[in-house]
Design a protein around this ligand. Structure first.
Ligand code: GLU
Length: 509
């Protein structure tokens, strides 16, 4: 029986700020958080910044921003504080020192003065002679003076664990059951610069911060025996472990930031994925869909629904394929579910980023955005795709640039089609009274009716071909939001100006 009083679970995610946050950080956070929320526990964000060579200044803020964006909120962390602050390892150096002293005093760890050159040489010899690689313990049992007599010496030592022959190599994992890991070598725990390595810092901090469940990527399985050893030597209660599978590309390779833009969390933001769609997508990676009422798979669900019946035993340890097509599908589902006003506000930052709208849009511009958003809601998968569709609504009439593919589609008779459209549309009434009256007023329905009668019936051109030149004149694009509704939103003056501008340009050719 455990002599510990049952406490609410405490979980953590512990990213290293070494560049753009990896999508794996969001994946780990989601599963940690789902369990923490279900159990009424706490979720901690700890920044593991002891690797000073790989440290990147802006990375920590990006971790905060991307996790906030996804709505994966932590209860304690460097920015919000908490009872175990500081939550940045570089600010906790004093915390680790006594643990190192204790391990040295107990003979569980020893100083090592070997130079990097000597270690590299040693490894080369081991590899050539096909011996297992690992530190050869040249420094073990020697004083500094004794060691200094031998080659490959540096005066500033590191501290290494003295891994015993009978080190425990297997452990229980909440996802995988009993897991075995390879034998570790004499791992460095304190570096020459006085910083702990990950292995020491993670054990000390998980203990000091009362972490009950360590949930992290599969790549840490081989480190777990070292951690278990440290817990034992320091006489600390170890946490429970859950090693999540690694996310894989469709060719089964590991997702890496170097090769795959989708490994970067900021990429999803840039592309215009909705955070709720990405969270839903991540929740389906290595985790089964929900069962619907009549037994069918339900793949669209919220974080709360995911968290409610979350169970570690349902996580599939086989690396799930990171299939962006699935994410695109989910994004479309969530996009179409948004109310138009919400869609417009989600679009706004993208349109501002891409220079379609200014930082402080006018009320008129915002009102127009609401109307345009409705037109394009079913016509995009990503928010960033709105830029091309929306831009023509905010361009001056004489600034519409005709895209090459749109120009290529124009035919001999395009000028005549534009002329007929101009004539037909000039009869529609766009005065205040006209807009309110029924009949020949300026609205999509009347625009369509008069264009059909002038071009399809009047000129005998098939509808498929009839409206291409008009679309190009109005938007500059071959594909655009619905044409008649677009003309209604643009208004009569703009529409006619754009039609005649293209007609005149064609006449000059
Ligand atoms: N700092 C480690 C990382 O970046 C955390 C590993 C762990 O959760 O123990 O992945």
């Amino acid at each position: 029986m455990s002599d510990h009083a049952p406490t609410a679970p405490r979980l953590r995610v512990a990213p290293s700020p070494t560049g753009d946050p990896h999508v794996g950080t969001a994946y780990m956070s989601l599963f940690n958080l789902a369990f923490a929320r279900q159990q009424g526990g706490r979720f901690v964000l700890r920044i593991e910044d002891t690797d000073r060579a790989r440290f990147r200044e802006d990375s920590e803020q990006q971790v905060f921003d991307t996790l906030h964006w996804l709505g994966l909120q932590w209860d304690e962390g460097p920015d919000v504080g908490g009872p175990y602050a500081p939550y940045r390892q570089s600010e906790r150096l004093e915390t680790y020192r006594p643990y190192v002293e204790r391990l040295l005093a107990d003979g569980k760890a020893y100083h090592c003065w070997c130079s990097t050159e000597r270690l590299a040489q040693m490894r080369e010899v081991q590899q050539k002679s096909k011996q297992p690689t690992g530190y050869d313990r040249l420094c073990h049992g020697r004083t500094q003076a004794e060691r200094a007599e031998l080659p490959g010496y540096t005066p500033t030592p590191v501290v290494r664990m003295l891994v015993p022959d009978d080190v425990e190599l297997s452990f229980d994992d909440l996802i995988r059951g009993r897991v075995s890991a390879p034998r570790p070598d004499d791992q460095v725990i304190l570096k020459a610069d006085g910083f702990p390595t990950y292995h020491l810092a993670v054990v000390v901090d998980d203990h000091e911060m009362g972490i009950t469940h360590v949930v992290r990527g599969e790549e840490w399985i081989s480190s777990t025996p070292k951690h278990i050893l440290l817990y034992r030597w320091l006489r600390l209660e170890p946490p429970q472990w859950a090693h999540m599978p690694l996310l894989r590309n469709p060719d089964k390779s590991k997702i890496s930031k170097r090769k795959n833009p989708a490994a970067r969390l900021t990429w999803f933001q840039e592309q215009g994925y909705l955070p709720e769609a990405l969270v839903n997508f991540l929740a389906l990676l290595a985790y089964p869909p929900k069962a619907g009422e009549d037994g069918e798979d339900v793949e669209v669900f919220s974080f709360e629904e995911f968290s409610k019946d979350f169970d570690w035993r349902k996580v599939n340890p086989v690396g799930p394929i990171f299939d962006l097509k699935k994410l695109d599908w989910l994004n479309g589902v969530y996009l179409r579910r948004l109310e138009v006003g919400q869609l417009a506000s989600r679009l706004l930052p993208y349109l501002q980023r891409d220079g379609v709208l200014p930082a402080q849009p006018s009320l008129g511009q915002l009102a127009r955005l609401g109307r345009v958003a409705e037109l394009i809601q079913t016509r995009m998968v990503l928010l960033s795709e709105a830029t091309a569709l929306v831009a023509p609504f905010y361009s001056a009439d004489d600034e519409i640039e005709v895209a090459d593919d749109a120009r290529a589609q124009l035919k001999e008779d395009s000028g005549a089609v534009l002329g007929a459209a101009l004539e037909a549309l000039s009869d529609l009434d766009d005065s205040r009274e006209g807009l309110l009256a029924s009949g020949s007023r300026w609205n999509a329905e009347a625009i369509e009716a008069s264009l059909r009668s002038a071009i399809v019936e009047g000129m005998g051109i098939k509808p498929k071909l009839a409206f291409g030149p008009l679309r190009t004149a109005v938007s500059g694009q071959r594909i655009s939001p619905p044409l008649f509704e677009s003309m209604e939103i643009l208004g009569k003056t703009s529409t006619l100006a754009r039609l005649s501008r293209l007609r005149d340009a064609l006449a000059e050719r």
